[in-house]
Ligand binder design. Structure first.
Ligand code: ATP
Length: 499
């Protein structure tokens, strides 16, 4: 809960702009007045958490949205601390110059005011931003902050492509003035509808105060030649979880690292789920690892498919390894109701992928044999657990049963998963086959003491303890030395026979 407290504090500092979006292109949201207010409702719902911190902080956000000064004023030590402590904010203030604002809805009175935006040139105004007059709260109408036209080349040096997806692409760039390295997410026009771009920006921006969610800078942009919309995010200098796992050559990242990754990811997803939002595109590619070795800083990204729970959407043709069974059985354009359980399934797949370095199956359909075998075991139609699950402990198997189950109502919550992963051992602690080989080779390669064997005493095998990491190479050394010894013995036997 401490984390959530920090998150809401950051939200109160950022003073998010109220904005809602129109129904998406490829999906048909059920557009009731409640559902178009999804972003607002993230903050306006009945307090669900019991802790005082949450009540206090959600109140701060709500107060801001309703144009009341927060209970602790903008001059709170917390706020001042962040402003002085975080030099990034200053860089952000200078990030977006040389731009012309275009207010889509021409709501002049709702002009965007954010500490991260250079519009607050005056220091007094920057420290004490004027109250925002939210048309949305007053009228519940569709409104959004302006999209700013920017001459990309004037403001940024755009470098290599970092990644590409179905809806856009991400490029590494440097903000010329601040020399800050950033990631720009582009949405090509006219393929991308403005409503989809705005929605993704809104979710990214509103959720980003969470420490395990990628940081998104305030403001939406449009290139001056009208070829793309874009927004700016922090740059992840290392890799995605997908790249990290692929680099292990199908060995997986190990239990300790998997636990670290999941502590971060589950914290982010629990936060989203508590706000009744479903990510809907959880995959290793959308989990960014910021440090090369210890998985200490991990963040979730890509909120393009994020929707509120119970939104009705149309199913897209695209199926991937992470899709839950109910999605794989759906036909194109069939209507689906957004549910948190699809994220839980994806997390089960990511867990397997981290531990084993490969996916359990290509598609969660009975037409795919590995999945069929799992389902047969799950439904107790076949008592034999598929071999690939053998190394996992009972607790880890329970996690799989409660995430990779076609009965979506039986799936765990993110909190259940977090508890299990934090507390339990995930791999069986059994004697590894290596140990047996090791003993056997040791017996062969060490000459038995003749006195002991001739007197019929039990021969003890001297097993030299080997460090876990060295086991394989030591085993190889034993094999080669044993083979050499055996070759020598057989040579001696042959020459003795010949003699
Ligand atoms: N901030 C960042 N820093 C570095 N690399 C990033 C960053 N954001 C995204 N990437 C890389 O770009 C890839 C694509 O990004 P992203 O998933 O946001 O795009 P998308 O178009 O929404 O993709 P999708 O097809 O999953 O919807 C990611 O897998 C990641 O490797």
């Amino acid at each position: 809960m401490e984390t959530l407290g920090r998150v809401w504090n950051r939200l109160s500092i950022r003073r998010p702009t109220l904005a809602v979006s129109e129904p998406p292109i490829e999906e048909e949201d059920d557009v009731t007045p409640e559902k178009t207010q999804e972003v607002f409702q993230m903050f306006n719902g009945k307090p669900r958490r019991k802790s005082e911190t949450f009540h206090h902080n959600s109140r701060v956000v709500l107060n801001q949205l309703q144009n009341h000064p927060p209970r602790n004023s903008t001059q709170s030590p917390q706020r001042r601390h962040r402003m002085s402590e975080n030099s990034l904010d200053n860089s952000r203030n200078t990030l977006f110059q040389n731009s012309t604002d275009t207010n889509i809805f021409a709501d002049g009175e709702d002009a965007h005011r954010d500490m991260n935006v250079p519009a607050c040139s005056n220091e007094e105004e920057r420290v004490n931003p004027p109250r925002r007059n939210s048309l949305f709260v007053k009228r519940g109408s569709l409104t959004m902050e302006p999209i700013t036209k920017v001459d990309l080349e004037e403001v940024y040096t755009v470098n290599k492509q970092l990644g590409t997806g179905r809806f856009g692409y991400i490029k590494l760039a440097e903000h010329k003035e601040s020399k800050l390295r950033i990631a720009i997410k582009f949405f090509p026009r006219p393929q991308t509808k403005q409503a989809d771009f705005v929605r993704e920006y809104n979710y990214s921006f509103f959720l980003c105060p969470h420490p395990n969610i990628i940081d998104t800078y305030a403001k939406m942009y449009q290139s001056s030649d009208d070829t793309a919309f874009f927004f700016v995010q922090e740059f992840c200098p290392k890799a995605s979880l997908r790249e990290a796992v692929e680099a292990t050559n199908q060995a997986g990242i190990g239990e300790a690292n998997t636990k670290k990754v999941f502590a971060a990811v589950l914290s982010a997803i629990e936060f989203m789920h508590d706000e009744n939002l479903v990510h809907r595109n959880l995959k290793a590619e959308n989990i960014l690892i910021f440090d090369a070795h210890d998985y200490g800083k991990v963040k979730v990204t890509d909120f393009g498919l994020t929707r509120k729970v119970d939104t009705t959407v149309k199913y897209l043709e695209y199926v991937n390894n992470y899709h839950a069974a109910e999605l794989c059985d759906t036909v194109v354009n069939e209507k689906l109701v957004v549910n948190k359980s699809t994220d839980i399934w994806a997390l089960g797949i990511i867990f397997f992928y981290c531990m084993k370095g490969k996916f359990p199956w290509q598609k969660a359909s009975i037409m795919c044999k590995p999945y069929w075998e799992w389902e047969q075991w799950l439904k107790r139609k076949n008592p034999a657990l598929p071999k690939k699950f053998n190394p996992f402990s009972e607790k880890a198997l329970k996690l799989f049963k409660k995430s990779l189950t076609p009965r979506f109502k039986d799936r765990w919550t993110a909190k259940d998963m977090r508890k299990c992963l934090a507390k339990e051992k995930l791999l069986k602690s059994v004697k590894r086959p290596d140990d047996e080989y090791y003993v056997m080779i040791d017996t062969v390669s060490r000459p038995r003491p003749s006195a002991a064997s001739s007197s019929g005493e039990k021969v003890e095998t001297a097993v030299v303890p080997v460090e876990q990491g060295k086991r394989k190479s030591t085993l190889q050394q034993w094999i080669s030395s044993t083979l050499t010894a055996m070759a020598e013995i057989s040579e001696q036997v042959v020459s003795a026979r010949d003699d």
